[in-house]
Design a protein around this ligand. Sequence first.
Ligand SMILES: O=C(O)CCC(=O)C(=O)O
Ligand SMILES: [Fe+2]
Length: 329
Amino acid sequence: MAQNILKEFNKNGFVKIKNVLDYKLDLEPVLNDMAFIMNRLIHRFVKEKNKKRVLGFNFKKKYSYLVGLNIPELDQYFNIRLPQGNINVNSDFFASQSIWNLIINKKIINEVTKILGSEVSSNPCQNSRIKQPEKRISSKNINDGLVGRTPWHQDAGVMNRKGQKGTELVTCWIPFTKTRIENGCMLAVKSSHKFGLVNHETGSKGQVEIKGKEAIEKNKLTTVPLEADVGDIILLNRYLLHCSLPNKSKNFRISMDLRYNKAGQPSGRDPLPSFIVNSKNKSKIKVQNYKQWIALWEDAKNKCIPRKWSYKYPLPTFNHSKRDLPNLI
Ligand SMILES: O=C(O)CCC(=O)C(=O)O
Ligand SMILES: [Fe+2]
């Protein structure tokens, strides 16, 4: 029987769709671009006498070597968006042609339209996550969602007030490695999107975290590990309670999360790029190539430089406790 994407999404708050993407066509180009960034970093940070040897390493060994150099904010060189704070003229981000191709990938957008309808914008809340085995991660980074465990949250919680008020945001989570419980797949509370927006507070390293998250275990809410194979995508409702497990394996766990929202609604991260990627009226698709997309990011960066930050979210999300998770169960 054909999978009813919308029905599953509305029932559980998430849906896994098998075999949407092709490794060679859609995913490997991104990994190749990450390898290119690593080579650039090796040229910049590795001592002259070691360069040749390190350039000969494979992906994993190169990344681990770079981690060992304690380069500040290493993950930012691989992240699709501007850093959250300290924006300056040199702020860098990973906006390659291969990522642009993924954002506008017809196979992804086709699935997203099953949830959002035909009028869809790309949302600038996008991340890539390269997660090493947890035992290699320094203790200060263990609860950093970009490189270690992702804390319990709802994706609507990382938008500004305008976005939180009702932007219909869908997350598209894309694995580049087979992702299982052992190597830190996401964990979701089934049907928790039905709670609506719950209260978040500041967690580790300035991330958002659900206030009263302990209630999930205490009240024995049903949790589902969101395991996925390469080629699959997982779509998440913006109110789904989810986190990620630690990577206890010996291998890397690499993923990307792209987001889309109903066209015309606030992105929740003004002035970062938000543009129509699907519409019945083709003339509404104004951003049509990689260079235009990069220009939007550069423009956004210039707007953020004077204020020094690219996005902020109000924390706690609510000043009262009515929307604290334990009071909603
Ligand atoms: O990949 C992860 O660790 C977390 C991803 C996530 O929270 C998301 O895509 O919304
Ligand atoms: Fe999330």
